[in-house]
Design a protein around this ligand. Sequence first.
Ligand SMILES: [Zn+2]
Length: 208
Amino acid sequence: MLLAGCPQCAEPIHELESGWECPAHRAVTPLWRPREALYDAFMDHLARADACPTLLPWPMGPGWQVSDFGVVAAPDRTAMATMTCCSGMSELDGAVDVLIVSEEPGTGLGARVARLGRSHPAGVGEGAPVARVRVGRAAVPLWTVSTGEDPDLDRTVLVGEAEGRWLWVVVYPASAALLLRDDWVLCDAADAGARLVELTFGGKPPHW
Ligand SMILES: [Zn+2]
């Protein structure tokens, strides 16, 4: 079962006759999140995401789990955004979380997940990219986005563009962004078919 929330903030939203409303952001397309990240809820998520890709690092490392996911979608419309979080251990960094958002520009979910405080990722496309990930057949360049005045240097925020959508990759701790090598592959879970049963769910995602 998925619960409706605001894509841009943690305020509870209300369903009116005209649609969903956030006290801070007024009319919003809801973000649907599970009470708990479980396989059945992930199937509900994929049904709602429909043609909007739900990207996961693939293959997942041993012991890695899908710890969070969400989809921004109105009924009977193609979803605007999806997010996933994968959590696991790395030899160098200990516990690592990788959050991935694919969104139509302006949805605001990527900025919220990255705890950016503004919805537009500045600096994307300026200078040389710091990493590339493979999404399907495309190599997507990623640029570091500054987290601004935020004194917590606990995460690295990388943003690029894939097929007209923003691709956000947020990595905790910041140093673990070095895991992103050129052979990093992101797969749309909707294309994974029977291999989805290999995924494990659980763990505690970072707060966003
Ligand atoms: Zn809101």
